[in-house]
Design a protein around this ligand. Structure first.
Ligand code: ATP
Length: 319
């Protein structure tokens, strides 16, 4: 392999830059040329490629967002778009590609793999909803960002006897909501994977109020419903005055946590090694503390299960 490319695609996630840096430096370490594709598959179609050097990926490991930018590409979803992308890869003499992104980006990568092009994925999403890997890059940072916000909300909530409904990201998965709920000591968590039990929620609020709790926190994954909708449905809040907070895009930004910077560095290096060793259609995965290459297809063929032990823990510890 003489020349490889790396791109970031789909929703951005903290530590994407750390992954790009790791792919680039690992390639340069092996005397392989490396180029960065700007704006994901859309940039690939437009031939928007830039050379990456040892120094051009310097000073980015700690930066949030992605220096390569990211995009969603409708054109790339169509067979003509995929063929056009393959032509661009050929035109730029690219022998292999590392795709840093979520499951949608991996489906796109799979289209290239099926047409004979070598691609390895690096799972990056703050949702942590990619099967095959215990963690995705960006999740730990987002978790810490949300936790910091919830701690601040808790301060003001307890000063005013308030119930706060905190809406966090997670359209289809409740990993972020669940871990935040455990880490912040929330009374209740609502995740898309479980049906909403409003009577039980109201009971818990009553109970919390009765035993003198000055505040109550409900962590709500956005995929369940919007915070204002839940507030509208909660006719009985046990006497608490209720407020809502929608954290929004603050959850995607920020400098990566130590865990994410290390994880992204490991995954980027593992992806490059995989490519060089002739692997394709796989992703770098974190499993039981180690790095493995697992099929990309796990991302859409399997559903990552929510940890029921953590769900039980929220229930048990908020008595
Ligand atoms: P996240 O879910 O965290 O936002 P993602 O990688 O899943 O990240 P998507 O918007 O689903 O984000 O996908 C990114 C891009 O991948 C799409 O804009 C599209 O270009 C490409 N893609 C997604 N699904 C397919 C598919 N089935 N075939 C070809 N390309 C696809």
């Amino acid at each position: 392999m003489k020349r490889i490319a790396v791109l970031t695609s789909g929703g951005d996630a903290p530590a994407m830059n750390a992954a790009v840096r790791s792919v680039a430096r690992s390639a340069i370490f092996r005397d392989i040329e490396v180029v960065g594709v700007r704006r994901g598959y859309e940039g690939l179609l437009e031939g928007d490629l830039i050379p990456l050097t040892k120094s051009s990926v310097g000073g980015i490991i700690h930066r949030g967002g992605t220096i390569l930018r990211t995009a969603r590409s409708e054109r790339f979803r169509r067979p003509e778009g995929i063929n056009e992308a393959l032509q661009q890869l050929k035109r730029f003499d690219i022998d292999g590609l590392v795709v840093v992104g979520g499951d949608g980006s991996f489906r796109g990568a799979w289209e290239l793999v099926q047409r004979g092009f070598a691609v390895v994925g690096v799972p990056a999403t703050i949702d942590n909803d990619i099967a095959g890997t215990d963690m995705t890059i960006g999740f730990d940072t987002a978790l810490n960002t949300v936790l910091e916000a919830v701690k601040k909300i808790r301060d003001t909530a307890s000063s005013h006897d308030r119930l706060f409904i905190i809406e966090v990201m997670g359209r289809e998965a409740g990993f972020l909501a669940l871990e935040v709920a455990v880490a912040s000591g929330a009374e209740y968590v609502l995740v898309p994977e479980r049906p909403v039990d409003l009577p039980r929620l109201c009971d818990k609020l009553h109970y919390a109020r009765k035993r003198g709790k000055t505040h109550s926190l409900i962590v709500l994954a956005e995929g369940v419903m919007a915070a204002h909708e839940l507030a509208g449905q909660l006719l009985d809040t046990g006497g608490y005055d209720s407020r809502i907070t929608v954290l929004g895009h603050i959850q995607r930004g920020g400098s990566p946590s130590a865990f994410d910077a290390v994880l992204a560095s490991r995954m980027g290096a593992a992806a490059l090694t995989g490519l060089v060793e002739g692997q394709t259609g796989v992703m770098a995965a974190y499993r039981r503390g180690g790095m493995e290459l697992v099929p990309l297809s796990l991302a859409w063929e399997q559903k990552k299960e929510l940890n029921t032990e953590l769900l039980d823990l929220v229930e048990k510890l908020s008595i």
